[in-house]
Design a protein around this ligand. Structure first.
Ligand code: SF4
Length: 313
């Protein structure tokens, strides 16, 4: 079932206060999110992935395009209906949790409308669900907990309101590798048990592969490829996705081939395909025209190589 539909979403961002420069942090993004799935969103910094997550978590409003929630167009009038169903977990729990509040109060605030007794029971249960001991953490302040414990608290705060959809923005990037694995397993377990829909944002394609059902790849504010995780990992079609996958270190691989060059500045992005200055397969058309999203099987890829006219015979 289609849960969210993102239709030509764009966001203009103001960069400087004194002499404003506007950049398209997101440009014409089209995608769907299905109920009960984990959609991984992968990209380097500056690709627009957090901006997309914030729009879906209703924290930012797009400057163009439309957003549909269960077939209803999201407008200012019905935003509150969606807000209650959506949560976001951020990369750095230390800065997303109020340092002056005890853990019990942080969680209590999220469910302040419930009667006191119900609240206490729910807080106890939720802390247990995320693997924390109520007696140990409830009366502590965030500074008294480790990074992994804090991220568990942040996850508890997100799930305590029984959301249908959670945007996870690099939830394990600030953690040690061993703790990362524990948090990933916890998130996958909670998603399955509660049938929550996730958008999982990460710069790490291995992490995306581990958790996701489908993967969407963003590059410089554009969606360049989206499809089932096995297909994307085993046969990436977009040259950028190919280079992301071949730059993942493994215990057996010695030759890494990361994409050459830098992510382009959004102030003055390249004409045509934004990946063209870094692409080993660049053609004349790539420098003049932006590729549309071509559909092949269940996959969508924004690259002229998928157009029959440019395929080598
Ligand atoms: Fe490379 Fe052209 Fe495809 Fe862009 S459209 S990824 S430049 S081949």
């Amino acid at each position: 079932k289609k849960y969210f539909e993102v239709n030509k979403i764009g966001l203009l961002e103001r960069l400087l206060r004194e002499k404003p420069i506007y950049v398209k942090a997101l440009d014409d993004i089209n995608l769907e999110i299905y109920s009960g799935e984990i959609l991984g969103i992968v990209g380097e910094s500056g690709s627009g992935k957090t901006t997309l997550g914030r729009i879906l978590a209703t924290l930012d409003v797009p400057t163009s395009g439309e957003l549909y929630f269960e077939d209803d167009k999201i407008t200012k009038a019905n935003l509150s209906k969606i807000r209650g169903k959506v949560q976001m977990v951020f990369q750095n729990p230390a800065s997303s949790l109020d340092p002056r509040m005890k853990i019990i109060d942080i969680l209590s605030e999220a469910i302040r409308k419930l009667p006191k007794e119900e609240r206490s029971k729910l807080i106890r249960n939720t802390l247990e669900e995320v693997g924390l001991d109520y007696e140990y953490v409830a009366n502590k302040y965030p500074r008294e907990l480790s990074g992994g414990q804090l991220q568990r608290v942040a996850i508890a705060r997100a799930i305590i309101t029984s959301p249908e959809f959670i945007v996870l923005d690099e939830p394990t990037s600030a953690l040690d590798v061993s703790v990362q694995a524990q948090i990933l397993n916890l998130l996958v377990k909670l998603q399955k048990e509660k049938n929550i829909t996730y958008m999982f944002i990460t710069h790490n394609i291995s992490v995306a592969k581990y958790v996701s059902d489908r993967i969407g790849v963003l590059y410089a504010g554009k969606l360049v490829e989206i499809g089932e995780v096995e297909e994307i990992i085993s046969s990436p079609k977009h040259p950028y996705t190919q280079s992301l996958i071949s730059s993942v270190p493994s215990l057996t691989k010695r030759n890494l081939t990361p994409p050459s060059g830098e992510v382009p500045s959004l102030i003055n992005p390249p004409k045509g395909c934004r990946f063209n200055p870094r692409c080993p397969y660049v053609m004349e058309v790539c420098r003049r025209a932006e590729p549309p999203l071509f559909e092949i099987g269940g996959r969508k890829v924004a690259c002229w190589l998928l157009d029959q006219r440019y395929q080598k015979q």
